[in-house]
Design a protein around this ligand. Structure first.
Ligand SMILES: O=C(O)C(=O)C[C@H](O)[C@H](O)COP(=O)(O)O
Length: 211
């Protein structure tokens, strides 16, 4: 897959809903009901971070839930790309980008949302053909005003800001013309997931989906 084809696919994913839930899940038995709760609330695109030992099992379980599109987050290496794809991930998300990671995703036909935090990083990805990027860690590097400023000279790049976004700031990002959607963990709080409060999670998803 070329970077242009990848960007086309990630743009389509980002246009499915205003929010991509970022999920850090320790217990794979919670995966399928959690995915179903989020999808029922109107958030079909789900990012499962490869930060827990259960992550690949979680991706495999969520991939069986109808109506969802499950990807892997925290994808750092070619080995992560292979493992995520084998588990059933349909896209990958990374906090930054390296040539080895980009080569691996292009070679494996796995659409990647690569991270950028500065104009130089965004330009390097753009030079390679990536017009859809993750802006990370969004709130810590200046939030919506920073993304607006970076976007002014780079209007051809579309972003999914992620990192520290919540109810209070999500609208600031979504109102920017260069933002397709945002990523965040606030729609699936740890406590609600661990207590299997699926209706509460569906309600949070519904609120996010209507933004
Ligand atoms: O795992 C990755 O690939 C990342 O880049 C990090 C995540 O995007 C953040 O952890 C989002 O989490 P919150 O800040 O809690 O919304």
């Amino acid at each position: 897959m070329t970077p242009a084809q990848i960007s086309q696919q990630t743009e389509a994913l980002c246009r499915r809903a205003p929010v991509i839930p970022v999920l850090v899940i320790e217990d794979a038995t919670l995966a399928a009901p959690l995915a179903a709760a989020l999808i029922a609330g109107g958030l079909p695109v789900l990012e499962v971070t490869l930060r827990t030992p259960a992550a690949l099992e979680v991706i495999a379980a969520m991939a069986t839930v109808p109506g969802g599109i499950v990807g892997a987050g925290t994808v750092l290496t070619p080995a992560d790309v292979a493992a995520a794809k084998a588990a059933g991930a349909r896209f990958a998300v990374s906090p930054g980008a390296t040539d080895r990671l980009l080569d691996a995703c292009e070679g494996a036909d796995l659409p990647l949302l690569p991270g950028a935090a500065t104009a130089t990083e965004a330009m390097a990805l753009l030079e390679r053909g990536y017009t859809v990027q993750k802006f990370f860690p969004a709130s810590a590097i200046g939030g919506a005003p920073a993304l607006k400023a970076i976007g002014a000279p780079l209007p051809q790049i579309r972003f999914c800001p992620t990192g520290g976004i919540g109810h209070d700031t999500v609208r600031d990002y979504l109102s920017l013309p260069n933002v397709l959607c945002v990523g965040g963990s606030w729609v699936a709080p740890k406590k609600l997931v661990e207590n299997a409060e699926w209706n509460a999670i569906t309600n949070l998803a519904r609120q996010a989906a209507s933004l």
